[in-house]
Design a protein around this ligand. Sequence first.
Ligand code: TYM
Length: 332
Amino acid sequence: MHRVFSGIQPSGVPQLGNYLGAMRNWVALQDGHECIYCVVDLHALTTWQDPKQLASQTREMAASLLACGIDAKQHILFNQSAVPAHVRLAWIFNCVARMGWLNRMTQFKDKAGKDRENVSTGLFVYPNLMAADILAYRATRVPVGDDQRQHLELANDIAQKFNHDYATEFFPAIEPVILGVAARVMSLRDGTKKMSKSDPSDQSRINLTDEPEAIALKIRRAKTDPAPLPGDPAGLEGRPEAANLVGIYAALAGTDLAGVLREHGGKGFGAFKEALAELLISHLSPIAEETRRWLDDPGAIDAVLRDGAARAAEIADPIVDEAERLVGLLKP
Ligand code: TYM
């Protein structure tokens, strides 16, 4: 059975892109795989987090994942900082990865922008910790959105270089699992920018905790162009906002772009947006309600995370012990 690993940062409330690009697929993969899912609080620290909020956001992210259908009994759900094996392996990978490799990471370039001299060194080595997250479990399948593809290629480069440098086959190859028509959900305000929980504009995204009225309003206000919807997917070319809304609709309705356009092609955006908002509300309201139910009992969430961390450590500790032995660290 393949072992699945994936992570999500508790740097804000999860948004629709997280849900369609990742969380929903995490839930689906539970059938037939051994799954380990992690709220990556150490990754969140790479950009400033208010210490008063980080712990509660970690708990809230866990609540959202449970509400989406993560089964923390059959599988494992925990927060990254509770399993020290991740940072032990990350240090070794800091010494395996090359500056040139990390310099090519587009996410670092985007996040650092013009202020490169002033971002944390953690942000630069972020992908090494991500490789350690996965390889501390020798996981082989990693469900993510399209924006994480380059990081997973780097994780494979690190695993290969480790194996080569230490003449071993210890780390397996990692296969990205990037699924569906909504592997890259874009901002509602700008169809060329990815939807993100850290975008300063709340109007740019649908949060999984948004009330139905807020969802309807954000979709009504979502940027579009004046032309009606095209009759087939080729007509979405050069219309990023239209393509994004049709993609979201298709993902939620369990169909493809052609299927949506067969039904809605030729119509204006008014009617289509009404239908899209309804679809979103019917999917997300039960998740928001279940999240609130979990958040009423923070002790229960902490118990899930504690149990998950203990079971995660049981798998990761011996693997990272062996990696340390392979590089020659003394284990007296
Ligand atoms: P993060 O927290 O930015 O996002 C969590 C997951 O959501 C996906 N995602 C999207 N998918 C489609 N459209 C979007 N607009 C969108 N925005 C986010 C991301 O691709 C991701 O799958 N580095 C990772 C966290 C991480 C990780 C790992 C992932 C740490 N260690 C090990 C996999 C394996 C991140 O920042 O995700």
